[in-house]
Design a binder for this molecule. Structure first.
Ligand code: 3PG
Length: 403
């Protein structure tokens, strides 16, 4: 992008594919990290006199307009964050329709418009190349140049991520450049010991990365909902905890392979459990109990790692030289089940290792729990994207920008 800026972009329509897929409570943005992360790219372009057309997806609407997934409140926040860098920040109420065309045609130098959610158009996510191509052609008519900076979406083979760059002169923005630099440090010449902390609900989302990390990491710490499938694979009863029974054989194979390779799997030794899933929206008080991980009562579900596990995980993080963390340790959105996630975040803050927090959820968790972002080596804006990068997969949105 610096090269592009030095060539001059004044008066040019520059399409910036961002990932502004932020958590919303109604129309209130609960974590604006992704907007702040891409703002410098947009600001630089606007300051250089470009007419900036920003586009993103939000959530998973079904290929048609849906007010619950509107980017309108994101446009307002983007305008606030850009401040004087942009002469004006507008919002188009569609992606390639009359509003988008008129707003883009009316853009002056140094002005910005955010298009409505790209996924309101079925062409954005279509499996069929031709269908995506038609949508990409329509998007291409709105711009002269393309800047790819939606790191969180680079693992998606979507029209605006994969097909559009082929239709316009393109480059990567500051965010993607920074993210890739960091992730390289986790794949090439990693400082050891290398500890990986994985959490989140579903073990199936993480199988690929675990498979790959067995060859790379020295220790893998498992918490969150996915831990119960691991505990089950160790032969424990897990009560009514989240369990992906069909993955138990796969996990068992990983545990056996890890032993052969000398990779340490660290599982919770205790868990905070309750009879029911907590009402997060109401923040209603619950009746949590701490139980050993191998003795979860049949009628109870584990909702966080316990205090002993928190200390164990912290000790495994403390003497690592590199730490990658993806996925909360429990239902951190409810105060009764936030301690495990807090303990892991604190351990990363206290460690002198190179620490990377990857993933929308864990990145939001550290901010929502009140940690200072600067206390971490890097907080990635990509969840699935950073995991697939670490898996060694080719990411369509990066491949499309490589030339
Ligand atoms: C994310 O939050 O991981 C990205 O914005 C991609 O969203 P998606 O999983 O709905 O494609």
């Amino acid at each position: 992008i610096d090269e592009l800026l030095s060539e001059g972009v004044a008066g040019k329509r520059v399409f910036v594919r961002a990932d502004l897929n932020v958590p919303l409570d109604g129309t209130t943005i609960t974590d604006d990290g992704r907007i702040r992360a891409v703002a410098p790219t947009i600001a630089k372009l606007a300051e250089a006199g470009a007419r900036v057309v920003v586009a993103s997806h939000l959530g998973r609407p079904k290929g048609a307009p849906d007010p619950a997934f509107s980017l309108a409140s994101v446009a307002r926040r983007l305008g606030e964050l850009l401040g004087d860098s942009a002469k004006k920040t507008e919002f188009a109420t569609d992606t390639v329709g009359e509003s988008a065309k008129a707003t883009v045609a009316g853009l002056g130098d140094g002005e910005v418009t955010l298009l409505e959610n790209l996924r309101f158009n079925p062409g954005e996510t279509a499996k069929d190349d031709a269908e995506r191509g038609v949508f990409a052609d329509e998007l291409a008519r709105l711009a002269d140049l393309y800047v790819g900076d939606g790191f969180g979406a680079v693992h998606r083979k979507h029209a605006s991520v994969y097909d559009l760059p082929a239709r316009l002169p393109h480059c990567v923005g500051y965010l993607i450049a920074a993210e890739v630099n960091v992730l390289r440090r986790l794949t090439e010449d990693v400082a050891r010991p290398y500890a990986v902390v994985l959490g989140g609900a579903k073990v199936s989302d993480k199988l690929g990365v675990i498979d790959h990390l067995l060859e790379k990491a020295d220790r893998i710490l498992i918490g969150g909902g996915m831990a119960y499938t691991f505990l089950r694979a160790r032969g424990y009863e897990v009560g009514s905890s989240l369990l992906q029974e069909e993955q138990v054989p796969v996990v068992r194979e990983y545990l056996a392979r890890a032993e052969k390779l000398g990779v340490e799997f660290v599982l919770p030794v205790d868990v905070v459990a309750a009879r029911e899933f907590p009402d997060v929206a109401a923040q209603a008080p619950t009746e949590p109990v701490t139980v050993p991980a191998d003795a979860i009562p049949a009628e109870m579900m584990g909702l966080d790692i316990g205090p002993e596990s928190g200390r164990l995980f912290a000790s495994k993080i403390a003497d690592a030289a590199t730490v990658f963390w993806n996925g909360p340790m429990g239902v951190f959105e409810h105060p009764d089940y936030a301690a495990g996630t807090r303990a892991v975040a604190q351990a990363l803050v206290d460690s002198s290792a190179f620490t990377v927090v990857g993933g929308g959820d864990s990145a939001a968790a550290v901010r929502i729990l009140g940690f200072d972002e600067k206390a971490f080596g890097h907080i990635s804006t990509g969840g699935g994207a950073s995991l697939e990068y670490l898996e060694g997969k080719t990411l369509p949105g990066l491949a499309a920008l490589e030339d």
